[in-house]
Design a protein around this ligand. Structure first.
Ligand code: TRP
Length: 460
């Protein structure tokens, strides 16, 4: 990362050396556990086909326009989401209250990372289990009990959660740019290649078509399923909380925001669909339940690694890369909070990263325990969900409520509150794209989010 040499920057942070680095970092943020761990299991829980269709529609009509809006806001504001919103509201002569949008984002990122880190810990533990040959020739039942053993042991989950949080803090403390570039340039393509290897294995199970059908044949979906699909579009693209905004703030001004957004969304979606194609044939070939829940990839992929040629090696590399993908995402979840402390409190990066990291780690204990000692403590919120564990509740409230709400307000701010001249200045590279964006983010995106919310609570 080059030092900040351009004249237009007023930021205390460094800038990306070029557009490719920005795209890599944003892709690193987008591609993570959301694509490989979460997408398959929520698609499975919500019946497949229609869920996938709604998710894809949300990526195109809601996700991409909001991603463009976020990058635009970040690039204009050039600071953490909190200060960006404060500065932009002032620049545009609007209500200073918009700053709370930045606060909500910082808070959402903090909550998401608290459980994200626990799941990343599962992936780390699977690197070692796979390396030890634990899955060689294993049956579906065997894989299942290995998974259950792991999550019912709070100490092991805690240890891995701690390791992952320390890894995340270390990178954030050193400054986000060192390291992300390399991780994304070399490791993401490799992850992609390994997913294809697993998809090829899935083709040999004799149940590939069944998997394909499950993912792409429309079936039933209810309002809640639609909300989960929309929430996931936000989650998987890292939208609605300022992560992409912060990354956008390090982007210099000559680059096309639209092009970058489309590329990032495309890469992210392809990875998710490949993960689905890898997992569901294995599910059907082994008589497993598509709706098995958060353990789905840990209960299916080891079967592939246990039976394919060179499976141990493929498995070890795969889980390692999954950890890296999670790592580059986790960084973007606390960067907004850390950037804020650096800007406003004058703390140094190391201190800020450790402070926020420690708080996140602490909240993460709730997720660790929700798979074992707190398993039976559940929460019901009328109209939304019933008997949810701590982890389920946190995941639901952040991904399905906070992120879409954040995205809704980002769309409103970019399309209705800011003066058109300001947005044009940032995005005039391609006039036709600009017009399409403006139409989507003014009318389609906000209405779609509101309709989905109302449908989920049964109001329409
Ligand atoms: N998009 C990441 C994933 O799919 C998770 C993530 C990173 C995220 N930063 C975010 C989700 C910001 C919401 C908001 O794994």
């Amino acid at each position: 990362m080059a030092e900040n040499t351009t004249s237009q920057a007023v930021s205390v942070h460094a800038q990306w050396s070029n557009r490719t680095v920005f795209i890599l970092a944003a892709t690193g943020s987008a591609v993570g556990l959301g694509n490989i761990w979460k997408f398959p299991y929520i698609a499975g829980e919500n019946g497949g086909g229609t869920f996938v269709l709604v998710y894809l529609l949300c990526i195109a009509l809601i996700g991409i326009p909001i991603m463009m809006a976020e990058i635009m806001l970040g690039r204009r504001g050039k600071q953490s989401p909190i200060n960006t919103m404060k500065a932009l509201a002032k620049q545009e002569n609007r209500n200073p209250g918009w700053v709370w949008l930045g606060w909500m984002g910082v808070f959402a990122g903090f909550l998401i990372l608290s459980y994200y880190s626990v799941i990343a810990g599962w992936a780390m533990s699977y690197v070692f289990r796979t390396a030890g040959g634990l899955f060689l020739g294993v049956t579906a039942d065997g894989v299942n009990s290995i998974f259950t053993d792991l999550v019912s042991d709070p100490e092991r989950l805690l240890a891995w959660h701690t390791v992952f949080m320390v890894m995340t803090m270390t990178v954030v403390a050193r400054g986000v740019k060192n390291g992300i570039e390399k991780a994304v340039t070399y490791l993401m393509p490799l992850l992609f290649a390994l997913l294809i290897v697993i998809v090829l294995y899935a083709m040999t199970t004799g149940h590939f078509l069944e998997g394909l059908k499950f993912l792409f044949t429309p079936g039933e979906i209810d309002g809640k399923g639609i909300l989960i699909a929309m929430g996931h579009a936000f989650f998987t693209l890292s939208l609605g909380m300022g992560a992409i905004m912060v990354y956008g703030s390090y982007l210099s001004s000559q680059h096309s925001i639209a092009q970058a957004s489309i590329l990032i969304a495309l890469a992210d979606t392809v990875v998710a669909l490949l993960a689905g194609l890898a997992i569901f044939p294995i599910v059907f070939a082994n008589g497993l339940e598509p709706g098995a829940g958060p353990g789905l990839i840990f209960q299916t992929l080891p079967i592939a690694f246990g039976h394919m040629q060179g499976g141990t090696m493929v498995g070890v590399i795969f889980f390692t890369l999954l950890v890296f993908a999670a790592w580059t995402s986790a960084i973007s979840l606390i960067e907004p909070a850390v950037a804020y402390l650096v800007e406003n409190k004058g703390f140094d990066r190391v201190y800020s990263a450790v402070l926020i990291g420690f708080l996140t780690w602490f909240v993460g204990l709730g997720t660790v325990f929700s798979f074992n000692i707190w398993k039976d403590h559940t929460l019901t919120i009328p109209f939304l969900f019933e008997n949810f564990s701590f982890f389920d509740t946190l995941d639901y409230l952040t991904a399905n409520i906070m992120l879409p709400l954040g995205g809704l307000f980002i769309a409103i701010f970019a399309a209705w509150v800011m003066h058109e001249q300001s947005t044009k200045e940032e995005m005039a590279t391609y006039p036709a794209l600009y017009k399409t964006w403006r139409f989507l983010v003014r009318y389609i995106t906000p209405v779609a989010v509101i309709v989905v919310f109302l449908k989920a609570i049964g109001a329409i």
